[in-house]
Design a binder for this molecule. Structure first.
Ligand code: NAD
Ligand code: GLY
Length: 383
């Protein structure tokens, strides 16, 4: 059920000594906001590294720094901390050793110690980069995530995966490092470009398919309001997504048991598409939307789900103005790219496929012929 947009919702991520709260609310970015100040103080107080904190480095990108990060830096100053701001260029290219090195330099300038707080204000790129700086500098600094893109609010700010890219592959250098708190102000989404917003919706739909039929139904009913960024719908959508991701992370924090792999529904095909098309051609969520359709069709062909479920998924994604078919490309290249998926074992491509709405399983059942047939059916005909 949607909540009053003014109330704050708290999600607890239970990970023993690494537990933390996620606060979801609307309109917290006015200077001097007492809820924010108290959130920062209690988050710092809860952790050993936070307790001696006197300084903070806010890390943001060139799009978000002026709109949101500067007011957050002012609010942090009001907590009595010495605050500096580091800005990197917006975009995936900032998940690099060069950008990381520039952050280490800022931390050296600030004479950072093991209690210096890192505050990530931005999308998933900033969360991953700032998170990895926090994981590695002085063997670990306290980290607060303030995600401002929908994708970061529902996915990347939760769960502790941090990292940067290697020129030969995405996310190859990284660490698990849980934040001490996540502060989500859905008001920040008002400035997010439309295409980025829609892209984030794909990950929201994913949670419905993999874990929560009721949530999927809620999205079917509220797709139009979600697309129009209705605050009450957004708050419920973000909070429920965070809860569902936290449920998975609590069961498999370090991705050792395979449970966390369920978050990869739609991603075997999506990663291959991003790889073949070149990063940036499809936004991640756009590739995930198409990937989810392809993988639902695989499940359908294996007799795991009824075609009606695939149709419901296609309808929901279409209502959210997300793509559901592949642009013309070389399918053999896609097949080859899938052979490098991290989930694969013994040379077989593995997929996370739905057995029913709200339940998925990791499988290597689809044969190359079946994958090829499904990809062919969802590809647009060249005009
Ligand atoms: P992003 O950080 O590049 O943000 C997308 C664009 O939106 C950028 O141009 C950014 O400047 C802009 N932006 C963000 N918030 C804004 C706002 N409120 N107003 C105006 N502009 C705003 O990309 P993303 O989609 O947020 O995240 C993608 C990254 O997240 C990828 O690098 C991916 O690997 C990573 N990721 C990590 C995890 C994880 O668990 N750590 C999970 C999923 C994705
Ligand atoms: N985004 C996948 C994960 O956090 O495991």
């Amino acid at each position: 059920m949607p909540h009053n947009a003014q109330d704050s919702l708290t999600i607890h991520v239970s990970l023993g000594t690494r537990s933390y709260p996620i606060e979801v609310l609307e309109g917290s970015s006015s200077p001097g906001n007492s809820a924010f100040i108290s959130f920062i103080r209690t988050s710092l107080e809860r952790s050993w590294s936070g307790r001696g904190c006197t300084k903070a480095l806010v890390i943001s990108d060139s799009n978000v720094a002026q709109i949101w990060a500067s007011s957050i830096a002012s609010q942090l100053s009001a907590t009595g901390l010495e605050v500096a701001v580091a800005e990197v260029p917006a975009g995936e290219s900032s998940k690099s050793l060069a950008a990381l090195s520039s952050i280490y330099d800022r931390l050296m300038d600030l004479k950072a110690d093991r209690h210096t707080l890192i505050v990530a204000v931005g999308g998933g790129v900033i969360g991953d980069l700032a998170g990895f700086a926090a994981a590695s500098f002085n063997r670990g600094l306290p980290l607060v995530m303030i995600p401002t893109s929908l994708l970061a609010q529902v996915d990347s700010s939760v769960g502790g995966k941090t990292g940067i890219n290697h020129p030969r592959g995405k996310n190859l250098i990284g660490a698990f490092h849980q934040p001490i708190g996540v502060w989500i102000d859905i008001n920040t989404l008002t400035t997010l470009p439309d295409r980025e917003f829609k892209s984030g919706l794909a990950e929201v739909v994913k949670y419905g398919v993999i874990q929560d039929p009721e949530f999927f139904h809620f999205l079917e009913i509220n797709a139009g309001l979600a697309l129009n960024r209705n605050p009450s719908v957004l708050k419920h959508m973000v909070a429920r997504s965070c809860r569902l991701k936290a449920d998975v992370v609590e069961l498999d924090e370090l991705e050792h048991t395979g449970v966390r792999a369920i978050l990869n529904y739609g991603h075997t095909v999506a990663h291959a598409m991003e790889n073949v098309a070149g990063y940036g051609e499809y936004l991640h969520g756009e590739a995930v939307a198409i990937g989810m359709v392809a993988e639902a069709k695989l499940a359908e062909k294996l007799g795991w789900i009824d075609p009606l479920l695939t149709q419901r998924l296609v309808n929901l994604l279409s209502c959210m103005k997300l793509p559901t078919s592949l642009r013309p490309c070389d399918i053999q290249l896609l097949m080859a790219a899938m052979k490098h998926d991290k989930k694969n074992r013994s040379g077989r491509v593995r997929f996370v496929l739905p057995r029913r709405l709200g339940h998925v399983e990791l499988t290597d059942e689809p044969t190359d012929d079946l994958i090829l047939a499904v990809l062919t059916t969802i590809m647009e005909r060249p005009s």
